[in-house]
Design a protein around this ligand. Sequence first.
Ligand SMILES: [Zn+2]
Ligand SMILES: [Zn+2]
Length: 424
Amino acid sequence: MLLNAINPTPLAMQLKIVKGMRDLYGEEVRVFSYLEEKAREIFSLYGFSEIRTPLLEHTELFAKGVGEETDIVGKEMYLLEDRNGKSLALRPEGTASVVRGLVTNNLLKQSRQLRFFYFGPMFRYERPQKGRYRQFYQIGVECFGVEGPEADLEMFLMLRQYFAAIQLQGVAFQINSIGCQEAACRPAFKTKLIHFLEQQKEELCADCQRRLSNNPLRVLDCKQPGCIALTAQAPQSHQHLCGRCKDHFATLQNLLDQEGVQYELNPKLVRGLDYYSKTVFEVYSANLGAQSAAGGGGRFDGLLELYGSAAAPAVGFALGLDRLALLSEPLAPVNGGAFVIGFESQAVVSLVAKVRQAGILCEYDPFFSSMKSQFKQAGKSGARWALVLGEEEIQTGQVALKDLDQGTQTSVTPEIALEKLQEN
Ligand SMILES: [Zn+2]
Ligand SMILES: [Zn+2]
């Protein structure tokens, strides 16, 4: 009894769901699938194709790429040891895995630019809250190889089109540039920022005092009112860019204006992760309110190099599917197919099989309840047609075809009934 040896807890305990996790079923799964389908449809128009990476990666992948000082890596990763004592992590985000995928499969050698999207669960050991789960779902997009701001622009256009497709209104963006690794760019800005923050160190919140030494940019997006007030006068990264980053950001803004994209410059937007460079952005929808972003992204031109791979410019974004699912309009009920009503199991099963073979959604009552009950079920199922196999129909080899929308009924052969269903 291996199970007992490993886990001697009572059965009831074993049947409890892990904290912060949830099961998805019914309407929610329909909405998730719908959001993924629409993403697939829209992102394909922009030349993106799907990549599926493993949920498990070596812990170093995230430690190095996302940054050991971030909460995601420092506190929130699900870690486990394999049987050889190797440290593995359930992926807390998608980008590092996609980058690893390019390197593992040598994809950058085969193509000048690469465009991928992904769907799937991510794992973070955060405090569970309403709408926030430890296994949560993301839709992400990554474009590799294009250095120019045209690639950044495509992210905005793609998001705008996607939000329109899933009927999220009033899409708007916040943007900023946090510069590059050139000494005169982000490092110089960081020095100025640290200098500014150190003068008021005592008034910063405890988290920010810690961030000051290991991730000073994050102080800018602290949500504590005290810190917000203190950083109002802080130096702004977009005003301390090197020539190239400055041109990149200016051109991007021109392109956004040209394409009528609604955006706002937010000098405090830094995004949490170490690997971002130049453009960072967040996307909002009027349905979501101004408080919280539906997702965000930015450039990460330095990430491949950080892994010791040949450098390649890159830009991408990720959206939280759990949040989007909460906001989407309820979907139109499915079905519109058929419901077979009858009492003779063989005849019913055979007709159901024929209808399904013809590619039409078909249900029946496997308990063969009363006629009244079966009609009720047919109505509830949303079926357009009821196919009734009463005693008379069985004897004459006919089927009563009832249009549940119109209330009309005709007696026809099963073949004609099928033709009728296929017409509609
Ligand atoms: Zn720069
Ligand atoms: Zn703070």
